[in-house]
Design a protein around this ligand. Sequence first.
Ligand SMILES: Cc1cc2nc3c(=O)[nH]c(=O)nc-3n(C[C@H](O)[C@H](O)[C@H](O)COP(=O)(O)O)c2cc1C
Length: 326
Amino acid sequence: MSRSRPLPVPVLRRVVHGATRAPSVHNTQPWRWRATGGCLELHLDPARRLLATDPDGRSATISCGAALHHAQVVAGALGWSSTVVRHPEGPAASLLARIQHEPAAPPHDAAALLEAVEVRFTDRRRFTSWPIPQDRLAHLVDVARAWGAEATVVTDARDRLRAERLVLQAGALQARSRRTAEERDAWVDRRTPDGIPAAVLTRSGVRADAHPHRYESVPDTDLERQDLRDADSLMVLHAENDDPPSWLRAGEGLSALWLTATTLGLSVVPLSQATEVDEVREALRHQVLGGAGHALLLARIGWQEIGRSEQPRTPRRPVDEVLDLA
Ligand SMILES: Cc1cc2nc3c(=O)[nH]c(=O)nc-3n(C[C@H](O)[C@H](O)[C@H](O)COP(=O)(O)O)c2cc1C
């Protein structure tokens, strides 16, 4: 007999609050939570999709997958295990997951991961040149895999060079698209509890510690800049299929590896432009993954300097705005 029970409302609100801390493309927070029939449902919010930048909804679904993982981590730490049915109404439906909960002892790493939910953020400052030991990277790959996602560290020098060129090419192609540029600008400095405040965006030329990123204005021919530096580790999340179930799993894997990286003191910065542009994503598949899988997201990983100044955080919409209590 199932021991599943609806979460008490205070727990439910803490779970959803924790889930809102998840990373999302342009901080769009493209999720809605609904408590109904004793379950907690996660929906993709179509009004928050990036129709020019992410027409398939790949990055939006990955973002929701990250929120789904955050919700499971927080519920686990509060003494509730989660049983998740993904895509209960089929892969095209906006209902992404239905979660049932039952009381359970928190996992051994619950406290560390709960803290990581609170402190994790996208730190776009340059990494130090300290290399990441291979066993740590292998551990992050294993963590993603445990959540049903495939991740590969790009170590071969030629593959890396190709990936670097493709990241730059994607940025240049997007810079030429007026709709994509307008969409990006619409999500920067909105003065609402979503999008990316200007204060978190370090800019090359203004701050010595800035790393090139998609939110600065760059000429579309600037292929000489380096979005990746030699000491940065580069990871590709990929899957056999390029479809919503794979994207959701990739998001859960991204969140799992990012929270674990946070507990290890490592910094993760997604680079989704390369997977948002169709021809670049295809090129990644053939030139970097050897045709073995579909690239879903790139991320650079590295160490930030110890004792660096606090960075301002991106805001989140309050629980009442993202949770419907039936
Ligand atoms: C699917 C996805 C794609 C992202 N793509 C980029 C990117 O291309 N460049 C970047 O600087 N940050 C990227 N981010 C990070 C988001 O901008 C960041 O998570 C969001 O602004 C919230 O900020 P926080 O991570 O500091 O909480 C991405 C995040 C996700 C989940």
